[in-house]
Design a protein around this ligand. Sequence first.
Ligand code: NI
Length: 167
Amino acid sequence: MAILNILRYPDARLHKVAASVTVFDEGLRKLVRDMAETMYAAPGVGLAATQVDVHKRVIVIDVSDRRDSLVTLVNPEIVEHHGESDIEEGCLSVPGIYDLVPRAERVKVRAYDADGKAFTLEAQGLLAVCIQHEMDHLEGKVFVEYLSQLKQTRVRAKLAKQLRKSA
Ligand code: NI
C-alpha cells in the first residue's frame, strides 16, 4: 500500500470532473486500498480520488469512531435525498477550515464496490454529509466554494499563511 499525496485547495486539479469507472480490475482495488490508507493516515473521514489527482469516480469513507467501517463507493449516484443537515464539514484538501454548507440530512445512494458489485446505501447524519461532500469532489467542487466570496477570500488567506509557516 502507499500513502498518496493529497492536493491542497486552491490547486486547479481539484476542479477536474472525474470519469466513470468502467473496468473493475486489480488497479482499481489497489487505488481503493491506497486511498483508504491515505485517509486513515491523514487522519480524515473521507477521500475522493480527485483529491489524490486520480480523476475517476471513486470515494472512500469511514465515519466510525473505531475506524473499522470502510465504505467504498464507485460511480456513486444519489437517488433520494431528504431534509437539511446542520453538520459543519471540513476537508483534507482545505486543512483547518470548517463550515456549514447546504446538504441533505439523509440520502440514498446507488454505487458499486471495488469488485463491481452494485449496492444501495441509505445514510444519514455525518455519513450522508460526507457522501455529498466527496461526490462534489468528483464534480470538481470543493466545499468552501459554497461559501460567500468574503469567506472564500479569508480561507485562501488562511491557507496561504499555513503554507508559508510550513515552508
Ligand atoms: Ni473534501
